[in-house]
Design a protein around this ligand. Structure first.
Ligand SMILES: Nc1ncnc2c1ncn2[C@@H]1O[C@H](COP(=O)(O)OP(=O)(O)O)[C@@H](O)[C@H]1O
Ligand SMILES: [Mg+2]
Length: 310
């Protein structure tokens, strides 16, 4: 089967999942294009994993439809083009790393030679080269995440679905994971990412959806989701009256730190106004030490959005 590159990577319409009385997913719709990196953000219990389980065919929705690479989720041929790293991988502890990959390779219907070649490649890619004969039961949590990723990449998927891939990884492992995902993205792989690591989502994802209590609250490129004006943090050697007057003229508001008078928070409408701020500092004769966006991380957005919905 060849995958039509015109069809969306994921197409979800009116998805709903009710467990007994609990509404885990409530009328979720979105389309993710091919080559896109799409992030799902939400607190524990928001319904993220349930959605992943629906699109990987592990859980049946109560209502709604999901299509993956243009096919229904039950399509076995389509699944060969999709890599999946589950939230808490529960792998067979008695298998050696190489046996584990061979097992999955056979499920994908891979030929022996291709499998051997790809196994070596993915083990290197995830930083586990040399561990081929080690049993999964002796792997650390971080190593299990890595071998899980190796398994998800084995068949060179067009779409990779990752559920909290950096949980259990140390900072080096998190950075490795981020780099691998950026590399995949550069190669044109579509990425669906559930994560609590907001900084990673911000770096990797073209678009983000925020969900809480099964409902989709916001969707869009990370930077477009902020509806407040932008705040810039500015450090100068000396904030005199002349500087404050000039800054006031090119911004919406200027706030001076009482403890450190050289530190200012400046509200502007657009990022481009940073240039006006720098010019105002120079014109007043002050020295500019630092100029950066303040409090405009995805984390702020996340907390703000959830706060507004409660
Ligand atoms: N198999 C299940 N049976 C009953 N309730 C479930 C089941 N799986 C998930 N839930 C509930 O559905 C809600 C969403 O869970 P989940 O999708 O795992 O959230 P997330 O991945 O965002 O943390 C939670 O309240 C969870 O307890
Ligand atoms: Mg989850």
């Amino acid at each position: 089967m060849t995958i039509d590159t015109d069809v969306p990577a994921l197409e979800v319409r009116g998805l709903r999942k009710v467990y007994q009385q609990l509404v885990a997913v409530d009328d979720i719709s979105f389309v993710m294009q091919r080559g896109e990196a799409f992030g799902f953000l939400g607190p524990n219990g928001a319904g993220k994993s349930t959605i992943v389980k629906i699109i990987t065919g592990l859980v049946r929705p109560t209502q709604g439809t999901a299509r993956v690479l243009g096919r229904p989720v039950s399509d076995l041929e389509m699944r060969k083009h999709v890599g999946y790293l589950p939230e808490l991988p529960n792998f067979h502890r008695w298998l050696r790393a190489q046996e584990f990959l061979a097992f999955h390779g056979r499920l994908y219907g891979m030929q022996r030679q291709t499998l051997a070649k790809r196994s070596a490649e993915v083990m290197t890619q995830v930083g586990l080269a040399g561990r081929e004969q080690q049993k999964l039961g002796t792997f650390s949590k971080g190593m299990l995440q890595r071998i899980g990723l190796a398994q998800a990449l084995l068949n060179q998927p067009d779409l990779i679905i990752l559920d909290e891939p950096v949980s259990g990884l140390d900072p080096v492992g998190q950075s490795d994971m981020r780099n691998i995902l950026l590399q995949l993205k550069a190669q044109g792989t579509s990425i669906f990412l559930n994560s609590h690591q907001l900084a990673d989502v911000e770096v990797i994802c073209d678009r983000v959806a925020i969900i809480d209590k099964g409902r989709l609250l916001k969707i869009g490129p990370p930077q477009s989701l902020f509806d407040e004006p932008l705040t810039l943090e500015v450090h100068v050697d000396c904030a005199n009256a002349e500087l404050l007057r000039r800054l006031g003229a090119v911004s919406l508001a200027v706030q001076q730190d009482e403890q450190h008078p050289g530190r200012l928070l400046i509200e502007v409408q657009h990022e481009q106004q940073a240039a006006d701020i720098a010019a105002a500092v120079h014109a007043s004769g002050a020295r500019l030490y630092l100029l950066k966006p303040h409090g405009r991380t995805l984390e702020d957005l996340f907390l703000h959005t959830l706060g507004a919905s409660h």
